[in-house]
Design a protein around this ligand. Structure first.
Ligand code: ADP
Ligand code: MG
Length: 248
């Protein structure tokens, strides 16, 4: 696992994006150091998902520079693949393959993309299933698991690909309330191990406990960023104040 240091592993400089005529990202500047934990919050439609999806090129930006672990992002498929090897993504909906077992979901990409021997891929998968505390579910199908368990499988799947950076896009917002904590606990465990994490979430308790920095977005811009204590207890911008008063 990576140690925290002052070397940026993600850099976004002057990034703009349009969906057709709609200017969705306006001059995004964001530098994330290795091992840093960032929480991104803001109203619905403010561009949070678009920011993190640009990092692994699920969306294409039109202006500005994105550099991931020293690799400048371009449209070249080789470059995109190199970046995606570094970056794992966990979505609101777990996107597991329903017709494959948990074990098969975890070993599919390591075997077929990374060309790992099956035995080795299965050993790694068991290791990460233990880390997310559901080794006993290895031979079940996703439909036999609770939402919280499925999301932990999705997290383990990214870890099996040896992601250095994990992007989370509202990983708990599709879960029943009683399952939210088990996923947040899993994420806290990862955070303690020094993984670089960018997490879009409305779970402000998680942000307070885990984030090194909280970023507030509104209307396609980063409006404010600060350490969690100052962010929550002393928000500077009127729009941040309004947002925080609505969610608390
Ligand atoms: P957030 O994650 O903060 O809710 P998004 O990044 O998903 O915001 O979306 C920002 C804005 O861009 C919203 O107004 C949304 O409707 C719009 N948008 C998102 N995806 C697309 C798309 N593929 N085409 C057109 N507009 C989009
Ligand atoms: Mg979103």
């Amino acid at each position: 696992m990576t140690e925290k240091n002052n070397k940026p592993i993600i850099e976004m400089k002057g990034v703009h994006k349009w969906y057709g005529d709609f200017h969705v990202l306006k001059n995004i500047n964001l530098s994330v150091n290795k091992g840093e934990r960032i929480v991104i919050c803001g109203p619905s439609g403010s561009g949070k998902s678009t920011v993190i999806r640009c990092i692994n090129h699920l969306e294409e930006h039109q202006k500005g520079d994105i550099v991931v672990d020293g690799i400048p992002l371009t449209n070249d498929i080789k470059v995109v693949e190199a970046i995606r090897r570094e970056v794992g993504m966990v979505f609101q909906h777990f996107n597991l393959f329903p017709h494959l077992t948990v074990m098969q979901n975890l070993t599919l990409a390591p075997i077929w993309v990374s060309k790992k021997p099956k035995k080795e891929a299965e050993k790694t998968a068991m290791y990460f299933l233990e880390r997310v505390k559901i080794p006993e579910q290895a031979n079940k199908f996703p439909g036999q698991l609770s939402g919280g368990q499925q999301q932990r499988v999705a997290i383990a799947r990214s870890l099996c690909m040896e992601a250095k950076i994990m992007l989370f896009d509202e990983p708990t917002s599709a879960l029943d309330p009683e399952m939210i904590n088990e996923v947040l606990e899993t994420m806290k465990d990862l955070a303690e191990e020094g993984l670089t994490m960018l997490c879009v979430t409305h779970e402000m308790g998680f942000a307070r406990a885990v984030a090194d920095r909280v970023i507030f977005m509104d209307a396609g811009e980063i409006i404010e960023e600060n350490d969690p204590i100052n962010f929550f207890d002393n928000p500077q911008n009127e729009r941040t104040q309004k947002f925080l008063s609505q969610i608390n």
